[in-house]
Design a binder for this molecule. Sequence first.
Ligand SMILES: CC(C)(COP(=O)(O)OP(=O)(O)OC[C@H]1O[C@@H](n2cnc3c(N)ncnc32)[C@H](O)[C@@H]1OP(=O)(O)O)[C@@H](O)C(=O)NCCC(=O)NCCS
Length: 172
Amino acid sequence: MITVRVEQPADIAAIRQANDRAFGRAAEGAVVDRLRVACPDVLSLVAEEGGRVLGHALLSPVLITRDGVSVLDGMGLGPLAVVPERQRQGIGSMLVRASIRAMRARSCPFVIVLGHPEYYPRFGFERASGRGLAPQWEGIPDEAFMVLVLDERAMEGASGVAGYRSEFDQAV
Ligand SMILES: CC(C)(COP(=O)(O)OP(=O)(O)OC[C@H]1O[C@@H](n2cnc3c(N)ncnc32)[C@H](O)[C@@H]1OP(=O)(O)O)[C@@H](O)C(=O)NCCC(=O)NCCS
């Protein structure tokens, strides 16, 4: 049985390995390791089976700013990683759904994701540009920068730059 739960200290090496293998490079796993130390507000979830980490999702703070002024705090989902031999078996979906449930429980108004435009809309993500939200980085394809709105009222008028923590800068 596959279960999704909050990471434990004993998972840290396996989380790094899952990210490195899923992405075929070290950048995403390095972001996870940096944020775990630097940011107490991250939520790190693992999908495990029989004690083996098969997938991982990180949620970290995203701040909407306009003209340099803070507008609204939310969260960003990513990196999301499933070990290559277990992809396309629903594990990524379990992690995304658990992430959304956790963000709802925290009364988080929105979740940003930068990723495959074919994958995330099935969970309710839509183009962030349609909500007047832009990434802090140049050159991001419009369709890859998405938002899931969890609190419509809080999001009213909340447009601007949706910025991830600076730890992500080296991975984009
Ligand atoms: C993307 C990823 C997290 C999805 O997890 P998963 O467990 O494989 O996905 P699920 O089994 O929940 O969902 C399968 C669906 O995801 C979609 N999907 C999987 N990988 C995809 C990709 N690279 N691009 C687009 N869609 C993808 C497929 O449409 C598939 O649908 P299908 O069953 O109709 O073919 C996983 O494939 C992965 O770790 N990939 C490498 C790292 C990565 O790209 N991470 C995401 C960054 S945004």
